[in-house]
Every structure is written in C-alpha cells, then in structure tokens.
Unconditional design. Structure first.
Length: 137
C-alpha cells in the first residue's frame, strides 16, 4: 500500500490524545446512521467490543508498512466477520462512521488531505477484509 503513513500516524496520535476512547462515539454514529446493523452486535458487552475495535485499529496503524501482517490479519478478521453476519456493503457504512468520528475529534485540524489519506487507508483495509470474507464463503 502506498499510503501516507506519516500523515495517518500523526493524525491518529492527535485524535487519540484528544479522545482516548474513540469507539463509543463511533458506535453512536454507526447506530444512528445505520440502525440496521445494531442487531448484529451483542455477543460481547459494548465496552469489551469497543476496546477490541480500538486495539485492532491501533494494531493496524502500527503495521501500515507490514504488508504480510496486514494481509494475514485482515483476511482472518474478514473471515470472522462473515460469522457475525457482516456483508460487503456494511464496510462502507463502518468507513463512513469511522471517518466521521475521526474528523469530529480532529476538529479544525481535519483537512481534505487527511480525509483523502484516511479514505484510502480504510478502503485498503476493507478490501483485505472483504477478500478474506470471499474466501470464507
Ligand atoms: C476496519 C474494519 C473493522 C475492524 C478493524 C473491525 C474489528 C473488529 C474486532 C477487533 C472485533 C472483535 C472480535 C474479533 O476480533 O472478531 C469485531 C467484532 C465485530 N465486528 Fe468488526 N471490524 C471492522 C469492520 C466491521 C464491519 C464493516 C462491521 C459491520 C457492521 C463489523 C461488525 C462487527 C460485529 C457484528 C462484531 C461482533 C460483535 C459482537 O460480538 O457483539 N465490523 N470487529
């Protein structure tokens, strides 16, 4: 992936510094815009789920230059998501909600360049998860 790794990392650090727990707001946005996904969640407590998602995001940002780690991890994760009932179109909904969360926390520091970098990164992540999902089905 020819991603703007430095920009992604510095903006992610800034956002986590301002809001150490990103995921509660992410779920709030996701469930208000796309209430149809709410029934998929509930195996774990919301707090546990939020912590796991945030850890996964941090791990992905830490491994942006490690193509084989990304490929293995994200394909595996995509396969597991099929069991949760996740379909391909839902990746756009999650991407929209995640970018809105990051943009909201970044506030005045959010720029078109950052938006483009995050869209590209999320698109690459989602593509690998969807490839794993396709292998599972
Ligand atoms: C960047 C993309 C995503 C990442 C990094 C991510 C990460 C995670 C992680 C770490 C878990 C915890 C369990 C596990 O490791 O399997 C999880 C569970 C889950 N994810 Fe995702 N996910 C992503 C995309 C999505 C999408 C697009 C949906 C669709 C709505 C979704 C719905 C779920 C559901 C329903 C669960 C199980 C919840 C439960 O057990 O209650 N995820 N996800």
């Amino acid at each position: 992936m020819a991603l703007n790794v430095a920009l992604l990392r510095s903006s992610f650090d800034l956002v986590l510094e301002r809001q150490p727990q990103l995921t509660p707001r992410f779920y709030e946005i996701l469930f208000s815009r796309y209430p149809q996904v709410k029934p998929l969640f509930g195996r774990r407590s919301q707090d546990e789920q939020a912590a796991m998602l945030q850890e996964a995001l941090v791990a992905v940002v830490d491994h942006l230059e490690d193509a084989s780690w990304l490929d293995d991890t994200l394909r595996g994760m995509g396969k597991k998501h099929v069991e949760y009932g996740v379909t391909d179109e839902m990746y756009d909904w999650v991407g929209d909600s995640l970018l809105s969360t990051i943009a909201e926390v970044a506030g005045d520091d959010w720029t078109p360049e950052l938006e483009a970098a995050w869209k590209e990164a999320y698109g690459a992540i989602a593509a690998m998860m969807k490839a794993g999902a396709a292998e599972a089905s």
